[in-house]
Design a protein around this ligand. Structure first.
Ligand code: ATP
Ligand code: MG
Ligand code: MG
Length: 346
């Protein structure tokens, strides 16, 4: 059989590996950390630094196609690999790794991000805040996830405590939104694009807590425009696989938040709630197989993340016989860490 290589060792890779195994593929995980929850369900595991080009080249030799479950995989070392093996292309990673590039790319495609200012040095903070106003959010340009690397700025005084890292920050206006939603699409090598239904997403302290269908009316009104933008982005990147764009639904239309060049937490409900899950369609797309139907199977679906110690009570969660419980097998239930999720359908 063929082998799919996954760069990154987290729960997204784990669920991707399960979908790949169901289609008869072998999975080879490459990740720098020893305790990889994706490697636990894969046939092979290479534990090495992203910068160990020898290990990467050897990994690539074992794989027919290579994909990512983590958007912050360093791009430079990937240049040593046969580019036709990588899906999506590293260009999509590059774009999504830098909030400023990403926002400019989206503006060029006709989308609207929150008003923002680029900050390369501490001395530029006050000027940025004067231009954009308060309240706002200061975000590192690179390496942020789950709300890490972000500071809420309620008044000008707070900037004196902020320290801008070498790679810079972006200061953006806090958007007054009615709700958040994401557009998740899959695009294959022939350019065919399919979308899943958009859920309403609720975040707590910058971390996704909950996704649900049906989304409110305002999302249904704005999703067509958001999809159009997501499709333009996918075409511009010649994207292959699952791509996610996050949006704020506001009184004046959809505002782009950020892009993830991968399967997404707000799409976990598709495992039980859609005909074909985001994980399976990602595998189908990168392996050049026919795409599956992305239709929802139920009108009502809710997905709740299990954060930190919430995940410890497995028997308690299973007491609801209709709950689809997923645990990622992480050793340490640190506070706020994504440990699993529960989907309820119908
Ligand atoms: P992840 O990649 O895990 O989704 P992240 O660390 O990249 O998260 P963002 O998506 O930038 O973080 O922000 C996390 C959440 O914080 C958003 O989903 C939203 O709830 C809130 N948020 C971020 N930026 C803004 C903004 N400009 N206005 C209002 N709320 C915001
Ligand atoms: Mg992000
Ligand atoms: Mg986000």
């Amino acid at each position: 059989g063929s082998t799919i290589g996954i760069l990154g060792g987290g729960q997204l890779g784990r669920m991707m590996a399960v979908a790949a195994a169901q289609l008869g593929y072998h999975v080879h995980v490459f990740a720098p950390e020893r305790d990889s929850v994706a490697a636990e369900v894969a046939a092979k595991f290479t534990c090495a630094s992203w910068h160990d080009s020898g290990a990467l080249i050897e990994f690539a030799r074992d794989c027919d196609v290579i994909t990512y479950e983590f958007e912050n995989v360093p791009v430079a070392p990937l240049a040593a690999l046969p580019q036709e093996q990588l899906a999506p292309s590293p260009r999509a990673l590059e774009m999504a790794q830098d909030r400023v590039r990403e926002k400019r790319f989206i503006e060029e495609a006709g989308g609207r991000p929150a008003p923002f200012a680029v900050i390369d040095h501490d001395s530029e903070l006050t000027d940025a805040i004067d231009r954009i106003g308060v309240p706002g959010i200061l975000k590192t340009r690179r390496d942020g996830y789950d709300g890490k690397g972000q500071w809420k700025i309620a008044d000008r005084q707070e900037v004196y405590r902020a320290r801008v890292p070498q790679s810079g920050c972006v200061y953006e206006a806090r958007i007054d939104f009615e709700c958040e939603f994401s557009v998740i699409l899959v695009r294959n090598r022939a350019g065919e694009v399919r979308f899943w239904d958009s859920t309403r997403n609720r975040h707590v302290h910058g971390v996704l807590a909950h996704s649900e269908l049906p989304a409110p009316e305002i999302v249904l009104q704005q999703v067509a425009k958001a999809r159009e933008l997501a499709q333009m982005a996918a075409i511009a990147l010649n994207y292959v696989g699952v791509l996610t764009l996050e949006f704020f639904a506001t009184a004046s239309g959809p505002v782009f938040n950020e892009m993830a060049p991968r399967v997404h937490n707000s799409g976990h409900w598709t495992i039980e709630g859609a005909v074909t899950s985001q994980f399976e369609n990602h595998v189908r797309a990168i392996c050049n197989l026919p795409l599956g139907d992305t239709s929802s199977v139920y009108d009502k679906v809710v997905m709740d993340n299990l954060l930190g110690s919430e995940a410890l009570n497995l028997a308690g969660h299973l007491a609801d016989g209709r709950a689809h419980v997923h645990l990622y097998g992480k050793a340490e239930a640190r506070e706020g860490r994504k440990m699993g999720h529960i989907t309820r359908v119908g």
